[in-house]
Write a protein that binds this ligand. Structure first.
Ligand code: HEM
Length: 210
């Protein structure tokens, strides 16, 4: 894959990632978010965060499968988009569901209570907190500073994905197939990662034996 093709793929991926946000913004402006606008905003930002997070986790297996090493350049951008939607999703929860529009109205204890009482909120928080250090250390300076530890830190992305899927499953009162489909995709991506790690180990052992 040439640098030009990568640039085109990146531009396309950027537009696809920006689409759900632009769509929500447009529909908010025109008052076209359905009967429950707050719920629409919350659900759509949550789903965008999870889908883009799964796409981020798919980059490495796809790179190994196709041999297009430059694809790795997509990971940071996708991860940051996933974090962006998760942040907006959390902000909507704090501002609208917890009625925290003004600092004086904010009751941190009510948010903590909700996290403790509703297990689906707790899993959402775990997913968000797992994404936070990845977003904060995504700059070139941090990547250099952390070296090998940065790769290890990135295992948190799987925790974020798993907690995100559990959050979606626990959120649905009536069982629906979508969260389980996302769960199945996550399991496949995890398996691919295990196979890649095993192949790397075998190649290293073969090199050492030679
Ligand atoms: C930061 C803490 C989080 C809180 C407090 C939170 C809260 C919520 C709430 C209140 C809902 C809507 C429930 C309903 O209206 O029935 C929801 C739905 C959802 N959230 Fe979160 N969430 C959090 C983090 C996340 C993260 C990090 C992800 C993704 C990785 C995520 C993905 C989802 C999904 C996929 C849905 C369901 C969307 C749908 O039904 O279409 N959430 N969340």
């Amino acid at each position: 894959m040439s640098a030009g093709v990568l640039r085109t793929v990146k531009a396309l991926a950027w537009v696809v990632c920006a689409w759900p946000g632009a769509d929500l913004f447009y529909n908010t402006y025109w008052g076209d978010l359905g009967v429950n606008p707050v719920e629409t905003l919350r659900l759509d930002t949550g789903e965008a965060a999870l889908v883009i997070l799964l796409c981020t986790l798919a980059v490495t297996p796809l790179r190994r499968l196709t041999g297009w090493n430059r694809l790795q350049g997509l990971r940071r951008m996708l991860g940051l988009w996933a974090f962006f939607y998760a942040l907006v999703h959390l902000a909507l929860y704090i501002l609208l569901e917890q009625a925290c529009l003004y600092w004086s109205d904010c009751r941190l204890s009510l948010i903590v209570d909700d996290v403790v009482k509703r297990k689906f909120i707790l899993s959402g928080m775990v997913s968000f907190l797992a994404m936070l250090p990845l977003a904060l250390t995504s700059t070139k300076g941090w990547i250099r500073r952390l070296g090998k530890r940065w790769q290890k830190l990135h295992r948190l992305a799987y925790l974020a994905g798993a907690a995100g899927v559990v959050h979606f499953i626990w959120k649905t009162k009536v069982p629906e197939p979508k969260p389980y489909a996302y769960g199945a995709i996550l399991v496949l991506l995890l398996l691919a990662r295990v196979v890649i790690a095993w192949q790397k180990k075998r190649a290293a052992a073969a090199r050492n034996a030679a």
